[in-house]
Design a protein around this ligand. Structure first.
Ligand code: SF4
Length: 489
């Protein structure tokens, strides 16, 4: 099976219950955002921009649990922001488990090892020594950390922690191999940390999933390599979704990076091109999701949007109409269901957006549930076969696969290192998002105000406008991340 039996049965019961009752709209997955604070500033992330004035605010624990109870979704995806920054994250996970819900923690992976060391400290008995020895051998904990785990005091022993459970997945954000991923999260070393966290989690018996957003520049060949590598690490499943140009992200792309959003996000046609191999990947790797949604991504069918089935709750309430678009926030899920004019959103039978902003959307949060909730006998059969059929075997690990994965900062080719070199040489064409190894994609140099031609790039060292902002932005990032002095012009 792709998914553990007990949670699968619970989700199936939830759907059957509502179908028998004739509930017109109900929640399948709650996207719970207890805070929007994050330790990273990923390119394309709308949250840290849309909620930039309330980054310090948090949803109290009781309110988070009440929101889950109100919508009664069997699956909770705790996202944000970075949920591991939420001070009561352990209590939140425990409370959701007490309610009998499946929990995904959508994390950038940076704090995962710390949380797992806390688990080890709380649970440690000599029977953990073989696992600790393996973690030491693989350099996933240090000798000092291992000693701290062995000598944990009463406070560490009694701390609420996130334990391995079939009702819980770490859901680690990975958007590509090392170079691409670090570029997107705008910090070197994050990919390496994610991989270390995944390895540690698997040694300790956690379930691990990954989530990947596909952008316009994402290369499908790289995605396949990424899935092979992640599968070889023992990752239990993958979610994948096309990126989408919702407003806050779009504004940020233009203002901060000087990019044209039309060059960054996918249209429906482009999405279908990118996802043409998705069904084959579904056979090769444990891709989570419904086969109907995979067919939709591959361009083989249309689906209606069921954004109400994947509601988002955050510091302002129930976000409507969907995860990506904001027209308002409601105090209760019931009120949101009742008051939003749902037929204004999504796409019509021909795939045309009822709202202009829906035109290019193929996000999993809108369309994935439509495949699961379909009552056609064919959909029921393919869903059953896909989820209850045997799980694809892990891809065999190999030194070649590992070498291919570490193609960025690890071998001195991270984007900050590259930019530093460019800045210090007063090289005009500072690498921008997704440009790699000197082979910039032509559109990365097409800014109307950058004053340079295409090809290898050439804004002057006194770059102005968008290019100047980008240069300044990169310099600041280099200085902050590397703690080095960057020579100014
Ligand atoms: S199609 Fe659905 S999920 Fe996508 S933007 Fe429109 S309402 Fe939101």
């Amino acid at each position: 099976m792709r998914f553990p039996l007990a949670p699968t049965a619970k989700i199936a019961r939830h759907i059957v219950k509502h179908k028998l009752k004739g509930t017109p709209k109900f929640a399948m997955v709650l996207q719970l955002e207890p805070l929007h604070t994050c330790n990273l500033t990923c390119t394309g992330c709308g949250r840290i921009r849309e909620y930039s004035t309330s980054l310090k605010d948090m949803v109290p624990l009781e309110q988070c649990l009440a929101a889950a109870a109100e919508c009664d979704a069997p699956m909770i995806s705790i996202c944000g922001g970075e949920p591991l920054i939420y001070p009561k994250i352990e209590e939140l996970v425990a409370g959701l488990h007490e309610q009998g819900r499946m929990v995904y923690i959508c994390t950038n992976g940076v704090f995962m090892r710390k949380k797992m060391r806390e688990y080890l400290a709380s649970a440690y008995t000599p029977s953990f020594e073989p696992q600790l020895a393996q973690l030491l051998t693989e350099k996933l904990v240090t000798e000092k950390e291992a000693e701290a785990i062995r000598k944990a005091d009463g406070a560490a022993k009694s701390k609420v922690v996130i334990r391995p459970s079939k009702w819980h997945y770490w859901n680690v954000h990975v958007d590509g191999l090392e170079f691409t991923h670090d570029l997107i999260v705008e910090r070197e070393g994050v990919f390496k940390e994610c991989v270390a966290a995944i390895q540690m989690a698997k040694i300790l018996g956690y379930q691990v999933a990954t989530n990947t957003t596909v952008y316009k520049e994402t290369e499908t060949a790289e995605l396949e390599e990424m899935f092979k590598f992640l599968s070889s690490l023992g990752v239990d499943g993958h979610t994948i979704s096309p990126g989408y140009d919702y407003d806050a992200a779009k504004k940020d792309m233009v203002k901060r990076l000087g990019k044209d959003p039309a060059q960054f996000f996918l249209t429906r046609e482009m999405t279908r091109q990118k996802f043409k191999d998705i069904e084959r990947w579904g056979q090769m790797f444990t891709i989570f999701g419904t086969p109907g949604y995979l067919e939709f991504l591959a361009g083989k069918r249309e689906l209606a949007c069921s954004a109400w089935a994947v509601p988002t709750y955050n510091i302002r309430g129930w976000k409507a109409p969907c995860y990506v678009m904001t027209e308002g926030h409601y105090p209760t899920y019931a009120q949101m269901l009742a008051e939003v004019k749902w037929d204004r959103f999504g796409v019509d039978d021909h795939g045309c957006g009822r709202d202009a902003r829906c035109e290019n959307c193929m996000m999993h949060s809108g369309f994935e549930p439509s495949g699961a909730l379909s009552s056609s006998p064919r959909d029921s059969w393919i869903n059953f076969k896909y989820n209850f059929g045997s799980r694809p075997a892990p891809y065999p690990s190999s030194p070649e696969l590992t070498r291919a994965a570490y193609n960025g900062a690890t071998i001195g080719k991270g984007h900050l290192a590259e930019a530093k070199e460019a800045v210090n040489r007063e090289f005009a064409g500072v690498k921008s998002a997704f440009a790699r190894g000197g082979n910039d994609l032509p559109h990365d140099h097409d800014h109307a105000d950058s004053g340079h031609s295409g090809g290898s790039g050439g804004c002057s060292s006194g770059a102005s406008g968008a290019a100047g902002d980008q240069l300044a932005d990169l310099k600041a990032k280099i200085a902050a991340a590397k703690k080095i002095e960057v020579k100014s012009e």
